[in-house]
Write a protein that binds this ligand. Structure first.
Ligand SMILES: C=C(O[C@H]1C=CC=C(C(=O)O)[C@@H]1O)C(=O)O
Length: 366
């Protein structure tokens, strides 16, 4: 049996024993990293200063769950993408006229509000319920094969639930003092017109870049911003700007995260107005969708930690991703979460179609 197959077997056992775990593949990485918690305690992060894996909800006032390294078995397992894996070309698209009507109404009302108030962008989303006969770990394997350039994960806690995803969006990465992030927004599903973006998408993505720059500025010694580029995520295209720089000494990760999250890629602008609008108008709880997840303050797991603490601290790394293109699973009921940025120029029918296209990222694996 390959190391990868034994890892999947170990995760299946952990799931059957109702013990928390996560398995994840960083974008384009040849390994799967995993955390297997040794008991079923539900531990919140105190202030993001711990060493472990965090799973944060959209609403940061709700609990962010921590798999603390010292309570876990942490593994890194080689994984190779299978050349023979055949990507399903026939994606099930779920037709649901009731959901369509409701989303179009939600978006139309938001467009009117944006035209009449100080709100300039709001990200509106919806849950899509479906089913699968595949087990959670089989789904994870499918996602790994389908989306090698995404951050692909499975996360489980018996007191919270089971989530899977393949997200294209970095929230924040830190290596020593060097940070990286992206402004990702704007969606197109037509491959043929690769560079032909409309003003709606260009404006919507620019809001994200400007806001992220502003959020990081108080904590950054330097910050550089790339040109906007078109990137592919599954079957869809986005606009992306890379931002990177160096943090001021003694900057706390918690301060950065509360300034950054939720970005206008998942909430809107201005943040407070968009946040209240979402809470009032979306008729469901986003829970962990549009939250974030990943390792914080992690050292090199293969090293013995005898080196001096200050030196080790300089090399700690944090890699957080926005929880998009994801689903939650309860028995064999699956909920896929999808949304999109709404501005004054949004066309409600097209915004609905955009959510359908985004749902295909997960549907392709089911
Ligand atoms: C909110 C989602 O996507 C965000 C990320 C990229 C593009 C987006 C957009 O074009 O609206 C959204 O801001 C989602 O996939 O559910």
């Amino acid at each position: 049996m390959t190391q990868f197959k034994s890892l999947i077997e170990k995760a299946n056992k952990q799931l059957n024993n109702k013990l928390p775990f996560t398995l994840f593949n960083l974008p384009d990485s040849p390994t799967i990293k995993s955390y297997f918690q040794l008991n079923d305690t539900l531990l919140p992060t105190a202030d993001f200063s711990e060493d472990g894996f965090v799973f944060a909800p959209f609403n940061l006032e709700d609990t962010t769950i921590l798999f603390k390294t010292e309570h876990c078995e942490v593994l890194e397992t080689p994984f190779s993408f299978s050349q023979s894996f055949s990507k399903a070309s026939d994606v099930r698209t779920l037709e649901d006229n009731k959901a369509k009507g409701a989303h179009i109404k939600l978006v139309s009302e938001a467009v009117e509000t944006i035209k009449q108030t100080d709100l300039s962008k709001v990200v509106l989303s919806r849950p899509i319920r479906c089913s699968t006969e595949k087990s959670a770990l089989v789904l994870f394997e499918e996602l790994l094969q389908l989306y090698p350039s995404a951050f692909t994960y499975i996360w489980y806690h018996p007191k919270v639930g089971l989530w899977l995803g393949a997200t294209p969006e970095t929230l924040f990465q830190l290596n020593g003092q060097h940070f990286k992030t992206v402004a990702l927004a704007g969606t197109k599903t037509d491959d043929k017109l690769l560079e032909d973006w409309g003003t709606k998408e260009i404006d919507e993505q620019e809001i994200v870049t400007t806001t992220i720059k502003k959020a990081l500025s108080p904590y950054a010694r330097s910050i550089s911003i790339s040109e906007v580029e078109t990137v592919k995520a599954g079957n869809i295209l986005h606009l992306k700007t890379n931002l990177e720089g160096f943090l001021k000494p003694n900057t706390k990760l918690s301060a950065i995260l509360s300034s950054l999250h939720p970005t206008p890629a998942v909430c809107g602008y201005p943040k407070d107005l968009a946040y209240s609008y979402i809470t009032e108008k979306e008729s469901y709880d986003r829970s962990f969708y549009t939250g974030f997840l990943g390792e914080i303050n992690s050292g090199d797991i293969n090293k013995n930690n005898t080196e001096n603490l200050a030196y080790r601290k300089q090399r700690l790394s944090t890699k957080l991703f926005v929880n998009l293109r994801c689903l939650s699973m309860l028995n064999d009921t699956v909920t896929i979460y999808v949304g999109g940025g709404i501005t004054a120029e949004s066309n409600p029918e097209l915004e609905f179609i955009e959510t359908v296209r985004k749902s295909e990222t997960m549907l392709r694996a089911l």
